[in-house]
Write a protein that binds this ligand. Sequence first.
Ligand code: PEP
Length: 257
Amino acid sequence: MRYFIVAGNWKMNKTVDEAVALVEELNQKLTPELQGEANVIVAPPYVVLPQVISSLWENSNISVAAQNCHQNESGAYTGEVSAQMLKAIEADAVIIGHSERREYFKESNADIAAKVDAAIANELVPIFCCGEVLEERKAGEHFNVIKTQIEESLFHLTEGAFSKVVVAYEPVWAIGTGETATPEQAQEIHAFIRGIIAEQYNQQIADDTSILYGGSCKPGNAKDLFANPDVDGGLIGGASLKADDFIAIVEALKVKS
Ligand code: PEP
């Protein structure tokens, strides 16, 4: 089933106290009226996940994701956290293949494929990120880049496994830069992504896939982005760190109803 989703990627921000204060504020302010049909997810840093999950334990419609996971279950991987460990603390989802992981931590499409498998095996929703850098867009390579990322990291999945995946299109030139893809640019790529999913699997699976936009999405531009038929919500970085901004973006998703 295709869900409308707003997910906040907090990146390396918020101490435990700050994180708990933010989710408590979100939980209090996010009324059913504002939330509408939106599935709301927050992705705090690993170290604050248990506290955030327990703060949201009761009376909350907010799900919790990690920002990464390791592909192996356990072992000598200093500094890493497995999907199995995330499941054990009752995380719901995990962001995989964020462009910052690809760039700074040299994650390859093959690494990301293995992480997607680990997430699915542990019943975590993989929020799989793809997107081109500025040079690739300028060279007209963006369609090929995105196709290769998706083919090499997702298309080994069976239909059943693929149906668990949420895709986030995040043009790297728009992340944290203040520069946003235009609604037309976002729609063009989202329709392209849905098209290649339909070719690989079938139209029903493509229609059921949630495809989020990420890259300087803010209260002021979210509605225009979300109004596109193939944009099913957003993965939000900077604007997810302030409750009022994040909630305004969630509210913008009402354009779908
Ligand atoms: C992100 O990092 O996933 C992101 C979309 O960041 P920002 O909204 O800050 O561009």
